[in-house]
Design a protein around this ligand. Structure first.
Ligand code: FE2
Ligand code: FE2
Length: 327
């Protein structure tokens, strides 16, 4: 890695150096939605009757007895629909992110270390939106994506990147951490899944690591500059945004629930009430809790709020710590 100042060679890298490393990694390892996925390969054709669309055990719905008791063709239908819908929500989220990154970068000063990295990230996210939309197209599923509230707010959310960039980048983590967490656990579980979906997830996980890394770096670096007022507002806004966006990504919208035919009681159990779903939610944000503590955004009222929202728990000691079975 090129260092900007010799005096830093033996010390921990500076913020600028870390961002440069991320940018250089984006140059050397990146994926193109149409070059790096053999869409027309016979192996990658989406067959809506393929039993490999059955949701894996690591999926909250996939392991629920209601789903398991369905006839195979119904499990396959719901499985394909769910994968397509999660993908659609992911790409809508990325569209908001790209728009926000452009708003944020628009008036950065010359020489800003964030400018280059944000534009690399936007390039990668644009490829992700193409890759995700292509999958949705080929799935043949008419999926709605996010909830009506999320869709209605989508044009307004990128403005936050301009007005309150610090809050915006927490929002970015609120979207990226759950998708990344879910995709990594599916890949780690190694269950059989259609190779097209596996390829898409592998590409996504590889690039998201950098995006999540940047958001963490940015937020930790800027924390000292927050006023007491900003800190007070953010300490309560962050857990609310985290929980809201996690729900958008994890829980199917009303229309998606109807299309899949999931009874309300099952929805409640799978995503809200069961001990597994509660643990899952708490584990999801271990890294963010660590960051929030480091940034001085955890105080008495906010700790109460994190608990009330069901996303409290031990903070990770370092990023991407695999959640302990006992947590
Ligand atoms: Fe992405
Ligand atoms: Fe990302």
């Amino acid at each position: 890695m090129t260092t900007t100042q010799d005096s830093h060679t033996d010390e921990a890298p500076t913020y600028e150096e870390r961002l440069l490393t991320l940018s250089q990694a984006s140059v050397h390892r990146h994926f193109d939605a149409f070059l790096d996925i053999a869409w027309d390969d016979a192996d990658h054709a989406v067959d809506p009757t393929d039993p490999r669309w059955v949701l894996p055990e690591v999926d909250a719905l996939g392991r629920h007895p209601w789903y398991r008791a369905l006839p195979l063709d119904e499990q396959v239908r719901i499985g394909l629909y769910r994968q397509a819908n999660v993908t659609k929500v992911g790409l809508q989220f990325e569209q908001i992110l790209v728009a926000g990154l452009m708003n944020y970068a628009f008036s950065l000063p010359h020489g800003s270390p964030e400018f280059r990295y944000c534009t690399h990230e936007a390039t990668e996210e644009t490829h992700h939106t193409q890759m995700f939309q292509e999958f949705v197209n080929r799935s043949g599923q008419d999926v709605p994506g996010g909830s009506r509230l999320f869709t209605a707010l989508a044009p307004v959310l990128p403005i936050a990147a301009k007005v309150v960039p610090y809050g915006f980048f927490f929002g970015v983590l609120a979207g990226e951490e759950p998708i990344d967490h879910v995709q990594k656990s599916i890949l780690r579980a190694g269950d059989e899944m259609p190779p097209l979906l596996r390829r898409i997830m592998q590409i996504h996980v590889a690039e998201e690591a950098r995006h999540i890394g940047f958001a963490h770096q940015y937020l930790a670096h800027r924390a000292d500059r927050l006023s007491r007022f900003d800190r007070a507002v953010l300490s309560v806004a962050v857990p609310v945004v985290m929980r809201w966006l996690a729900n958008e990504i994890l829980v199917p919208s009303r229309r998606a629930q109807r299309d899949m035919g999931i009874p309300r009681s099952v929805v409640r159990e799978v995503w809200f009430d069961s001990p597994e779903s509660r643990k899952f939610l708490r584990d999801l944000f271990g890294d963010v809790r660590m960051l929030v503590e480091d940034c001085g955004l955890m105080n008495r009222p906010s700790r109460w709020l994190w608990r009330r929202l069901g996303i409290d728990g031990r903070a990770s000691r370092h990023r991407s710590q695999v959640a302990s079975a006992a947590a």
